[in-house]
Design a protein around this ligand. Structure first.
Ligand code: SAM
Length: 230
């Protein structure tokens, strides 16, 4: 069981995604626990202000350090088992790139606390309150909610029982190394007719070997194909 604590100023942003499919079932089966915390519940003033203008000028607003510190203290005070492995992670485009190896590393923790930024990001002093910073890619999104969901889903898939078929993870892209991509997959129909822009009919067929029932040959073909797509 792994617990994800998500700290955000947009708690409703997660509702629909968490209530669907694999992530929903994983929560029902108590394989993962996801708790959403509204940063505004930890503000220092009655207006529930979480952001302010940057010192020295510049565009946009910065998330203030005080409410984040208060939220983290509150979460830490609820930890019953002092031996549980906990990681506090800031989502930021300036963080370490999130790869499948990072996913596997994070799946070893009992609890991940994910800080979702907004506006121009965090007061730099928040850096000292977190264990690490993660970026989901070299682009800038408007908030840390999507990156947090990416981390939750990718890590949750590593927890035994979350993904249905036990072989599914070991066959997947990146499973055998970051340069490994999964072989091409096909399902019904065997022959698929498509019309090109010039109205020519083209038939797209499933490779014969996959229909042969010869598992040794299928395995060999898949190995060749996954290398080919590198
Ligand atoms: N001013 C910041 C900068 O230049 O690095 C960008 C802030 S961004 C508009 C607002 C928030 O979105 C960030 O604090 C972070 O939590 C989240 N975010 C945006 N892109 C991200 C990425 N690629 N990976 C992780 N988090 C990201």
């Amino acid at each position: 069981m792994i617990t994800f604590d998500l700290i955000t100023i947009f708690p409703k942003a997660f509702d629909s995604y968490l209530a669907e499919s694999i992530i929903k079932r994983a929560q029902q089966k108590k394989l993962i626990k996801i708790k959403i915390h509204n940063l505004r519940d930890y503000t220092m003033d009655k207006h529930k202000k979480v952001d302010d203008r940057p010192y020295g000028g510049g565009p946009g607003m910065i998330l203030m350090v005080e409410s984040i510190s208060k939220a983290l203290r509150a979460l830490k005070s609820k930890i019953k088992n002092q031996k549980s492995k906990i990681r506090i992670i800031m989502l930021t485009p300036a963080g370490k790139k999130f790869t499948q190896r990072e996913v596997e590393r994070l799946a070893k923790y009992n609890q991940l606390i994910l800080l979702c930024g907004r506006y121009e990001g965090f007061d730099a002093r928040v850096d000292k309150l977190v264990d690490e910073k993660i970026s989901i890619g070299d682009y800038v999104l408007s908030g840390g909610e999507l990156p947090a969901m990416v981390v939750v889903e990718a890590v949750a898939r590593q927890i035994p029982g979350v993904v249905g078929h036990k072989d599914a993870l070991s066959e997947e892209t990146f499973a055998k190394g970051l340069d490994y991509v999964e072989y091409p997959q096909y399902t019904r129909p065997e022959k698929f007719k498509v019309k090109s822009q010039k109205s020519k009919v083209k038939i797209m067929e499933v490779p014969k070997v996959l229909l042969s029932g010869n598992h040794k040959e299928i395995k060999k073909w898949r190995e060749r194909q996954s290398k080919k797509r590198k």
